[in-house]
Design a protein around this ligand. Sequence first.
Ligand SMILES: Nc1ncnc2c1ncn2[C@@H]1O[C@H](COP(=O)(O)OP(=O)(O)OP(=O)(O)O)[C@@H](O)[C@H]1O
Length: 601
Amino acid sequence: LVSDIDCLKSIKHSLEDPFGYLTATWDFNNNIEGFICRFTGVECWHPDENRVLNIQLSDMGLKGQFPRGISGCSSLTGLDLSNNELFGPIPSDISRIFPFSTTLKLSSNNFSGEIPKDLANITFLLVLNLDHNQLTGHMPPGIGLLCRLRTFTVANNLLYGPVPNFLNDISSDSFANNPGLCGSPLDPCKGMFKKGMSESDLFKRGFVIGYATFASSVITIFISYCMPWTQEKKKNKVPMQFQLNKILQKQNKRKQAQQMKEMPYAELLHEESQETSIWMKLVSRLSYTEISEATNNFNEENIIGIGQMGTTYKAVLPNGWLLAVKRLHDTRLFDQHFITELKTLGRLRHENLVPLLGFCTHSKEKLLVYKHMSKGSLYDWLHPEEGEARFMEWPLRVKIAIGAAMGLVWLHQGCNFHVFHRDISSKCILLDKNFVPKLSNFGKAMLVKPYGTDSTESFSLDTEFWKSSFAKEDVYCFGILLLELITREDPRSMTTYSNTSNETLNNWVAHLSASSNFYSIVDKSLMGQGFDQEIFQFLKVALDCVQPHPDQRPTMLQLYRKLVAIGKRHGLSTDSEVLTHHGETSTLKRDECTEDEIIQV
Ligand SMILES: Nc1ncnc2c1ncn2[C@@H]1O[C@H](COP(=O)(O)OP(=O)(O)OP(=O)(O)O)[C@@H](O)[C@H]1O
């Protein structure tokens, strides 16, 4: 028989304990009866008997899956794992693992999957807290029949469908912030969610499948992008996606439809195509009122940048999270940019791309909502305003170059589709709090998809030729970016070289290429710090990228590899996942690649 000592050993073994709470006191080198009762978070039936009554491990930063080892603590009645970083499903055989549970608290973790039906078999349950997780699907009706249950919450999850009929009074707060829960004590269920309708009925109608897809995309966004925030704001953990969902739910659908009819891009937003449905899953349509409130009515004080297409505002959600809202200038000129940004960036998820989370059209307003990047743009770091004390050390510049190159390789090399940015510059590289570069501004991007996947939107062109041209255009712009990192000159604003911007660039490049004195062109503040050789190698790579003939330029992948090789000494060789379209929504595999077609977005 497994003893309670073995049970605790197994729990300790299965959980990552980054702050050492368990390591500090859970020392098993002891034979005295009752020694485990002194362990942090362990309460015994009797202090001198190794028989565990309760385990209380909340707020310890523990990581890992649900510790199935608790099944060895055969007299356990209470388990509190709230406020940790636990993930994965709640075991489907929970009643076998924890049969005499009266208290089960799993709040504020990252548990996902469905609430197991088997919970309804733990008939002693008095307290069941599952709030602030990522639980999806329906609530098992059997939970409502737990006659002892007094405290219960599933608030802030991704649940939908009817709330079970509880024998005891459970307040509506216990179900708050779920995308689709309905029925008493919440609003009555409508249509397919009417009470009494069985799950199989719902399946027949295909609704559950649709909703599950929606929920999983919500989870994808949440896991990929909201986690760092939830870690920062552990106590006040309300994932932003919930907030976005809430905003969505509040919308007046009729008004929205009317607005969409009036808008020139209504067609896009109404499109029933497979393509639209893909990006619509990743990008939420948001309410103008909520965005307006979050930016304090687009208050000047919240402006963080003004670009050609529009003005960007910092927005603060009620729960404190930050967004960046780009308000496009009121001109039809940018309609296409708006659509292209939605259709490209909207469906892409990668460490080196800025996440586009939502959009809004309202009267003449067009708004794009991004995750806020706290360090702003690379341009602002390389060209600070007078008096601003901003300086980037060389290793950081290398890290940014490699990260940005990684993002571009990922865009270019994909199998499911290839994306060419066509407007790379230091202005479109945003930096998060750790200076991880994120590509933005996809308004001029070009998308190429495997032939046949979306024939309605293809050009009949020589795709290979165009792919190569677009790719080499990006490589050229990336070369300019490298030169900017090396020289800290603003290539587009130098009047010394010419009057027109294209000529300026070409002449600047020609000047740098012809320069026999390497030291005369490199950013002076970088010199003599032990990086000269490396900077020189970078310069050579940059000049390869800006060769006049596209064929002479390297591919993005070759370029990335060169940068990684040069940057090795800074420990920046991260080749992982560069070739896999990790965040894509389509399922075509690399070796299934067929001919490509160019998509007009
Ligand atoms: N997601 C974001 N997080 C933080 N700051 C942002 C974000 N998006 C944009 N910004 C800030 O707003 C500025 C303006 O951005 P915007 O994309 O409108 O113009 P731009 O990059 O200057 O390019 P262009 O002039 O081509 O439109 C950026 O330089 C950056 O400082």
